[in-house]
Design a protein around this ligand. Structure first.
Ligand SMILES: [Fe+2]
Ligand SMILES: [Fe+2]
Length: 297
């Protein structure tokens, strides 16, 4: 057996280590995403990558069997999930996951300081982080377009749920840092499981499979870095709390997306979150992403 290169994401860290890691992350994130385009909630490097995908589209050889079923159920599930084919369930479930992300960042973008008004490095890192999340929604949109779904709308949640998401980033850091970290971890877990599902669902569509994986990789590489970055906001007690939050948090969130139970092994996802340590992340993704120093062996 090869020796593990990384330690658990829940490994302890000192305040000094976390300070140094924020400095290191700041250097990484600027190179990784490029200049912030504040008005467009976008980043130069990310925009160039998306433009490449858009200018070189790949389409299904055999169009989706039932796009109407997608459009009928993607915002809210109207049919019985068990009556839907697995492809439709995967696409509507993926949209719902991405929609939650979109709603969360939309609320946060409006209440966090813009780059000009950032008071410290953590604020600046968070601003770039949010812009990256907007890029993820664009990439998800491109994934859906690659599957022939050109008419997807990003629909807000109900007004009270939107309000709730808007309040969340206004809470003090000590309250939001732990759930914010667990949310990022849940994203990485979900995307790794989704990646495997792509293999199964697009086995007969090799060009599309390759493109969808490339689009999802763009997202996952960011999310791996976000996991480390958000972990870096958390001290000794908080990280113990975070580990305990994985199970209830994943359970609550995935219960809200009816498709998930039909597509994924939620118990395995929870387990993967609890034992996450970067060792299962392919080397080429690690090379483009970021890992906190205290998670290296
Ligand atoms: Fe994201
Ligand atoms: Fe993220």
């Amino acid at each position: 057996m090869t020796e593990a290169k990384y330690r658990s994401i829940f490994s302890p860290s000192s305040a000094q280590q976390r300070k140094e890691n924020f400095d290191d992350y700041w250097v990484f994130t600027q190179q990784h995403s490029g200049e912030l385009l504040e008005d467009d909630r976008d980043l130069m490097v990310k925009r160039a990558k998306l433009t490449y995908f858009q200018n070189n589209p790949v389409k299904l050889r055999t169009p989706l069997a039932n796009p109407d079923a997608f459009y009928r159920n993607y915002v809210e599930m109207h049919d019985k999930p068990e009556s839907l084919d697995k492809m439709t369930l995967m696409l509507t479930g993926m949209y719902k996951f991405a929609r939650h992300e979109w709603v969360g960042i939309k609320g946060a973008w409006d209440v966090t300081p813009n780059m000009e008004n950032c008071k410290n490095l953590e604020d600046k890192i968070s601003r770039i982080h949010l812009a990256e999340e907007f890029c993820h929604v664009r990439l998800f949109d491109e994934i859906l377009k690659t599957c022939g779904l050109d008419n997807v709308e990003w629909v807000p949640l109900s007004p009270w749920k939107e309000k709730m998401y808007e309040q969340f980033p206004k809470f003090p850091g000590v309250l939001i840092d732990t759930p914010a970290f667990v949310t990022e971890l849940m994203g990485v877990t979900f995307y790794f499981h989704l990646y495997q599902l792509f293999d199964e669902m697009f086995a007969d569509e090799p060009e599309v499979l390759e493109r969808l994986k490339a689009l999802l990789d763009e997202i996952t590489i960011d999310e791996i870095a976000h996991v480390g970055q958000r972990r870096n906001f958390i001290g000794t007690i908080g990280i113990k709390v975070a580990k305990k939050l994985v199970k209830p948090f994943y359970t609550m969130f995935f219960n809200d997306i009816p498709e998930v139970a039909y597509l994924f092994d939620v118990k395995k996802m929870i387990h993967d979150g609890e034992i996450f340590d970067f060792n299962a992340v392919p080397d080429d993704m690690i090379a483009k992403s970021w890992v906190p120093s205290y998670c290296l062996t």
